[in-house]
Design a protein around this ligand. Structure first.
Ligand code: SF4
Length: 323
């Protein structure tokens, strides 16, 4: 997904922001793929592409065997309910004058999928109960709820549309740490009960780790490591993944003291001017000459575990040995 950058009165294209560039992955039904990386790494753009919300520049996205762009508009409209997103800030998308029963069933009303007040209230009650909100509160307004409760209401609104694939985009980032765990647990429970499939986006590996079957680590528009979740924690290979894991909090001070720390210098570069060679070379503590010249290939080092680094092979990460 490359966005054109324009300048001047004539809006001439002067460059492109390569927001997501050459990524490839598969998510099986009923699985959760965690996507992590700093802001500006392309996580949300990736999510929006997968939902068919962006006119992606190149490549193919298949949903149940059908390429999204090949689906006729009418069929895509019907499919839209199956492919849903939950965002970080539910409050901004809630009309403050609507009670939460109306908010939860809003999507159904728009698509004429529900008739009459009674049916709406029945559905709202069921959905609210499912997400842990007392249905007796259904005629209250969004401002009467806490941030965590509003996120639950937003989840209920999404579930009312009966999706089977949901992009959860930083849905706990704005919440207190204690509430974050509750929402993650709720999403996990719903996934199991309804056999949902998620892309679970976060910038904090410690949040994403518990819920995900697999994890994709993104840096500057690329997936630099993709692996089953457990394997990623036990055997992170890419220096960027290692740095994210080393920054994640560990409750045991003894383990915390012993672990390897990789502190990154500086900020993520602009995706309009990504570095030559490996995109991580300007911040990687192991960067060698080859890293500034050639882009590392994204290769499978063990079953389901892919990474892109010149110094990783099937036997592990060997910095400084030459590529
Ligand atoms: Fe670091 Fe080089 Fe590996 Fe990139 S290819 S992650 S710069 S060691």
């Amino acid at each position: 997904m490359h966005f054109p950058v324009t300048a001047g009165l004539l809006k001439r294209t002067v460059g492109h922001v390569k927001a997501v560039d050459g990524v490839s992955f598969t998510i099986k039904r009923g699985q959760i793929l965690g996507v992590v990386g700093e802001s500006g790494s392309g996580k949300s753009t990736l999510g929006n592409c997968v939902l068919g919300l962006l006119d992606y520049t190149d490549g193919e996205i298949y949903y149940e065997g059908q390429e999204l762009k090949s689906i006729p508009k009418k069929a895509m409209k019907r499919l839209r309910n199956r492919l849903q997103a939950i965002s970080q800030d539910p409050f901004s998308s809630m009309d403050p004058r609507m009670d939460i029963a109306a908010i939860v069933t809003e999507g159904l009303s728009i698509h004429d999928m529900v008739k009459g007040k009674k049916e709406k209230e029945e559905i709202a009650a069921r959905m609210l109960e499912m997400v842990g909100i007392n249905p007796a509160f259904m005629h209250r307004f969004p401002h009467e709820f806490s941030g965590g409760q509003r996120q639950r209401i937003s989840i209920a609104r999404t579930l009312a549309l009966q999706p089977n694939f949901i992009v959860c985009d930083e849905i706990v980032s704005a919440l207190d740490v204690s509430i974050q765990a509750q929402i993650v647990n709720l999403m996990e429970k719903l996934q199991q009960e309804l056999n949902l499939t998620y892309i679970f986006i976060g910038h904090d590996l410690s949040v994403v780790r518990h819920i995900s079957d697999g994890i994709a680590v993104m840096y500057l528009g690329k997936i630099v490591e993709l692996s089953p979740a457990k394997e990623l924690y036990q055997n992170p290979l890419h220096p960027y993944t290692k740095s994210l894991i080393s920054a994640a909090p560990i409750p045991d001070p003894a383990v915390d003291k012993k672990r390897e720390r990789i502190l990154l210098q500086g900020e993520i570069p602009s995706p309009m001017h990504p570095p030559e060679g490996c995109r991580f070379c300007t911040r990687c503590p192991y960067a060698a000459a080859v890293c500034h010249e050639a882009e590392p290939e994204f290769t499978e080092v063990s079953p389901g575990h892919f990474t892109a680094c010149h110094f990783v092979d099937k036997t592990g990460f060997h910095p400084g040995k030459g590529a």
